[in-house]
Design a protein around this ligand. Structure first.
Ligand SMILES: Cc1cc2nc3c(=O)[nH]c(=O)nc-3n(C[C@H](O)[C@H](O)[C@H](O)COP(=O)(O)OP(=O)(O)OC[C@H]3O[C@@H](n4cnc5c(N)ncnc54)[C@H](O)[C@@H]3O)c2cc1C
Length: 436
């Protein structure tokens, strides 16, 4: 699209994670024209980065990839990736979004996703898509099943050697590409901007990110993924197979010192899931989960928890006070037992995983008039009877953008938001093409 161009749709979805994809597909199947605006270079959100998912232990990408491809090939859906939402406001009966297309320095029409530029690039930088455990090139396709399969150049790390442009068979590399703004007008919008994990780099109690063998649960998702960095579970400091792995629950949730008093709802279940997967990957390893309460709230979740216990995962009811660097690059866990004599105890593990919580990825302040709650997630004005309703007319919310939740609830909410948007469009006199 050209600078200053205005594109018109029936519905606009902000965020291309699993919630956004589901809402967009549901509306598009009703023959509404839908735009998805995603800030990353690929759609898929956090779910495409997971290994397997509780409670069924299905492969995450086997579920997510068909939704991504379904949205990408749907005749009623247009996807705008690598775009920043500048403003989302009411303009008469419409919702108007000003969007900034960030430069990829690669022409999206010419790029055929062959990766010749990636193979030719001499620069190596840590690959955050793989938890920072491996490296990627300065010009790259974000991950193997990214959609779209279009390369992007990370200018901050580019050495400007020109090799990528030389090897590109379609002449797609464009070092002079500029950002440009365009406008999307729609009658309704759904916010599905999801979450980030709680940043714990400043948390002195957990070693401020300086203990190499203390990793986050999202990094463990990558270690467990079939297309992960090492294809097996190794600890980062020395590549050793860990014999003893510990989980610290509520790391960045229910923690007033971080301003996060709420429960992130998924950490108990994903830690249990990862412990079960680790039992399969490393059958001889001891796996310990230090927890305050186990919140197994969903259908089949309590049985999942009981299965983990039967498989030999050790659950220690305790509050972890401190993580310290031990000998042989091990991690010392100091904790106060919450059962028995409540004694302060110390144990050493090869690898420690922080079960990090959820914080909102997007802050609408200054961009859109939708309100947030005291937890900073988008406020829903009728949480019991219409949980997708925001305080901005015609704007709905779904998934973790509205508060922490698992995939089951995210999908259900995304369908509900699409239904609300569809009812709103009908009330506005916008009828789906097939019905018209
Ligand atoms: C370690 C870990 C393991 C988990 N394991 C499981 C599991 O096994 N089973 C389970 O049920 N749940 C699990 N979950 C929870 C699951 O990841 C979430 O329920 C799900 O990903 C929520 O999807 P979402 O679309 O709401 O958010 P997200 O996946 O965060 O997607 C939001 C999308 O919006 C985009 N976005 C954000 N802001 C903007 C903006 N301003 N403009 C445009 N785009 C924007 C983001 O880039 C992203 O693509 C796990 C979570 C974690 C942290």
């Amino acid at each position: 699209m050209a600078t200053g161009e205005t594109l018109t749709f029936d519905a606009l979805v902000i965020g291309g994670g699993i919630a956004g994809l589901q809402s967009a597909l549901d509306l598009a199947d009703q023959d509404y024209k839908v735009a998805i605006v995603e800030k990353d270079a690929s759609i898929g959100g956090k779910m495409i980065r997971l290994s397997k998912v509780f409670p069924t232990l299905d492969c995450a990408s086997c579920i997510t990839t068909p939704k991504m491809a379904g949205a990408a090939h749907h005749p009623n859906i247009t996807i705008f990736t690598y775009c920043e939402l500048k403003v989302l406001e009411k303009a008469g009966e419409n919702i108007q979004a000003n969007v900034l297309q960030k430069p990829r320095y690669v022409d999206p029409v010419k790029c055929i996703g062959c990766r010749q530029c990636e193979y030719g690039c001499p620069v190596m930088v840590p690959d955050h898509e793989q938890g920072g455990f491996t490296a990627r090139k300065a010009i790259y396709i974000p991950f193997s099943n990214a959609i779209p399969q279009i390369a992007l150049l990370d200018v901050e790390n580019c050495s400007l050697c020109g090799k990528c442009a030389k090897v590109c068979p379609t002449d797609a590399v464009d070092y002079f590409q500029e950002p440009h703004e365009f406008t999307i007008e729609a009658r309704t919008a759904i916010l599905t901007t999801g979450f980030n994990t709680t940043p714990l780099d400043q948390k002195q109690q957990y070693g401020e990110g300086k203990i190499q063998n203390v990793i986050t649960s999202l990094q463990m998702e990558r270690l467990l993924a079939p297309h992960g960095p090492y294809m097996r579970v190794l600890r980062p400091s020395d590549g050793k197979e860990p014999d003893s792995i510990a989980y610290v629950q509520c790391a960045g949730s229910r923690d007033k010192s971080l301003g996060i008093p709420y429960c992130s709802r998924v950490c108990c279940m994903y830690a249990i899931k990862q412990a079960m997967l680790l039992s399969g990957a490393l059958p001889l390893a001891d796996i310990t989960i230090y927890y305050m309460d186990i919140r197994a709230f969903g259908k089949g979740y309590e049985q999942f928890f009981q299965n983990a216990k039967a498989m030999g995962v050790e659950f220690v009811k305790a509050k972890v006070a401190k993580l310290e660097q031990g000998e042989n690059q091990n991690v010392v866990v100091r904790y106060e037992a919450m059962e028995g004599d409540g004694a302060a105890t110390t144990r050493e593990h090869d690898l420690v995983v922080l079960s990090v919580g959820m914080v909102p990825e997007w802050n609408p302040q200054g961009i859109c008039d939708v309100s947030t709650g005291s937890d900073n997630f988008i406020k829903t004005i009728k949480p019991k009877i219409a949980p997708c309703l925001t305080d901005m007319e015609g704007v709905f919310v779904a998934g973790v953008a509205a508060g922490p939740k698992d995939i089951v609830d995210t999908i259900a909410e995304a369908g509900a938001a699409a239904m609300e948007a569809s009812n709103y469009l009908t009330a506005m006199g916008v009828r789906a093409r097939a019905a018209a």
